[in-house]
Ligand binder design. Structure first.
Ligand code: H79
Length: 611
């Protein structure tokens, strides 16, 4: 095997090749920008792109919706365990504070003889995934391809084979877009700064961060020229040495090598925490990267992708048995699609080159659901009406897809606020079974079969006569009752928000007594109405709230119920509306007792004076 050159000296074998790399970079900059800019030392501006050009470049990615993330490297060998602690994974070199020489010993042990690129690509395809993102290099610095610029690569292991080469070919064969994750942070390269705080034995003397960046660019050039990745998924951008200027420069550089490539926002410094969305226009990056979470609501015009693990670790951890259920994973995919995002679901392969069995089973089960229901995911955009109490909604051209997670007891569901004429309704799993639809002031009511066709998510297709029209204003029901549901409320405040968990559907997390909840609605028949709140409140309760509408104020004490999920009703009194028209109603706390004010599911206004 190749040995890792020069553990002690701050020199990498790659430095010889660096001069070459730098010349190439300068040449590329010349070609990509007007000579004057280069001569003046300006950053060459990012090639201007029209909205149409951007839409064309992003199209395959937006339509794809579902991809496979793969975290694989030397860290698979210890499998998350080191000196009795079992909660490590791809961060093990740092979290177990392993010296570089000790970590390098994994090179001799990396021999994934069962690695089968074709099988991996097939599992992604059969799960319904359209792209695959694999760690060319994680924070530990180990490279899954035979790089000319370092010996800390797969070529120095007994396995020797070009993993990225085999996998990119297999992906191409199976119609999966091949993409690469690449860590900017590098705990192995002698020129990378800063060192880990605990790492005293590796001196920083002679280290040159610019030389590290040239190394990284040289490697990215290798990766793009050899494997033609459709996405570059950067990470490890948060340390102080990586700057906005460097981010712009790297973004320009990668685009100069492959103009239609898609690059995530971690190339630059604009990512806001683990929510992952970009915090300003000045930052580079084609899409936001929420990590292990789904944004509370999709943002129009913003591309994003939630990446998540199937258990609690990215890299293989043999002790982690906390596997998410198939139902949970499918509903996460649907939830993300209903908010306009992509789902990048992770696999942490084992050191023998196989996927963990629980991952294999979940991929297959998701695939069975996607075989029937993929149409309701691919190429769709966000729900036109946000979240609904019984599940989620996606849309594509003249169709709405109603994803029913919780089968209703009365066998009908209301799609609120949609006023467009519905031509046809049927389950996606049984397209010949036409369903009855009635349309009114409140939206579209669909009669469902007695039982769910799929207990995880039964998809109902609504074919519309024209592009969807949404009227979110609240109107009285047939009997004159006006229902103000939590999902149509506007929250004025900092903590209170709509909770969409199936047994909740309420304004929850109401821990700030300054937060208020407001609805706008239409009153057709003037007169007195009885106000009724549907709410839950864990003991002890005792907060006081005010309900205000039409310049009248009611007060009520919040009595405890049997917990945050036990909903009861209370009536603080009546309100009179003198004239027909649009009104607003506000519920605001006067006094907070206990953890939260209440979980507020709805406010109803029933015609007639209160008793
Ligand atoms: O590759 C997987 C993880 O190993 C890697 N990203 C996924 C895709 C990962 N690296 N770090 N973390 C996950 C968690 C680190 C979070 C923090 Fe920060 C980094 C906390 C402070 C610095 C990012 C930047 C979040 C807040 C600021």
């Amino acid at each position: 095997m190749k040995s890792v050159v020069n553990h002690s000296a701050p020199v990498y074998r790659s430095f010889l090749s660096h001069r070459f790399a730098i010349v190439v970079i300068l040449l590329t900059a010349f070609l990509a920008a007007p000579a004057s800019e280069v001569l003046l030392g300006n950053q060459p501006a990012r090639a201007a792109e029209t909205d149409e050009q951007r839409d064309a470049r992003m199209k395959w990615w937006r339509d794809a919706k579902f991809g496979m993330f793969i975290h694989w490297g030397l860290y698979a060998i210890p499998a998350g365990e080191w000196k009795g602690r079992t909660n490590h994974a791809e961060w093990i070199r740092h979290s177990a504070q392993i010296p570089r020489e000790t970590y390098d010993e994994f090179l001799d042990q990396f021999n994934p003889t069962e690695f089968d690129a074709d099988a991996w690509a097939r599992m992604a395809k059969d799960a319904g995934m359209k792209y695959l993102v694999i760690t060319s290099k994680h924070h530990d610095g180990f490279c899954l391809w035979p790089s000319d610029l370092t010996d800390f690569d797969v070529e120095s292991t007994p396995f020797k084979r070009d993993i990225l080469g085999e996998l990119s070919a297999a992906c191409r064969k199976h119609g999966i877009k091949f993409c690469l994750y690449h860590s900017i942070m590098d705990w192995h390269h002698p020129d990378y700064l800063p060192r880990r705080r605990w790492e005293k034995e590796r001196s920083t003397e002679g280290a040159d961060y610019d030389r590290y960046v040239a190394y990284m660019k040289g490697q990215l050039k290798e990766l793009i020229e050899r494997y033609d990745p459709a996405v570059l998924w950067f990470d490890g951008e948060w340390e102080g040495t990586w700057t906005h200027e460097r981010g712009k420069d790297l973004d320009d550089y990668v685009r100069s090598l492959k103009p239609d490539i898609i690059i995530n926002n971690r190339v630059d410094k604009g990512r806001r925490g683990m929510e992952g969305l970009t915090g300003g226009d000045q930052y580079r990056g084609d899409f936001g990267t929420p990590e292990q979470q789904i944004p509370a609501s999709g943002l129009p015009g913003v591309d994003w992708e939630s990446c998540m693990t199937m258990n609690r670790h990215w890299g293989w951890n043999k002790n982690d048995k906390n596997w998410k259920s198939t139902a949970d994973l499918i509903r996460k995919l649907v939830d993300i699609a209903s908010e306009g995002g992509n789902f990048l679901l992770n696999i942490g392969p084992k050191p023998d080159g196989t996927f963990p069995q629980p991952s294999i089973e979940r991929l297959a089960a998701i695939g069975r659901w996607m075989d029937v229901n993929g149409e309701s995911i691919y190429g769709t955009t966000a729900s036109p009406v946000g979240k609904v109490p019984w599940g989620r909604v996606t849309q594509k051209s003249d169709k709405l897809y109603l994803h029913v997670f919780d089968w209703p007891k009365d066998d009908s569901i209301l799609l609120p606020s949609v006023t467009t004429k519905v031509k046809n309704a049927y389950p996606l799993a049984e397209t010949s079974k036409k369903l009855d639809v009635s349309q009114g002031d409140q939206g579209v009511t669909v009669s469902l079969p007695d039982e769910a066709l799929d207990p995880i998510d039964t998809v109902i297709v609504l074919e519309l006569a024209e592009p969807v029209v949404v009227d979110r204003s609240i109107k009285p029901q047939a009997d004159g009752t006006i229902v103000l549901p939590a999902q149509l409320a506007t929250v004025e405040g900092s903590t209170a928000r709509f909770e969409s968990k199936s047994d909740r559907n309420c304004i929850g997390f109401w821990t700030n007594p300054k937060d208020a909840v407001v609805w706008e609605f239409k009153v057709k028949k003037p007169g007195s109405y009885t106000v009724q709140l549907a709410y839950a409140c864990e003991p002890p309760g005792g907060s006081r709230v005010e309900v205000e509408a039409a310049k009248q104020k009611l007060e009520a004490g919040v009595k405890a119920t049997d917990g945050w999920g036990d909903f009861q009703t209370m009536s603080p009194g009546g309100i009179t509306f003198d004239q027909p028209g649009t009104y607003s109603l506000t519920v605001r706390p006067l006094e907070l007792k206990g953890e939260g004010v209440m979980n507020l599911r709805s406010v109803s206004l029933r015609p007639g004076a209160s008793e």
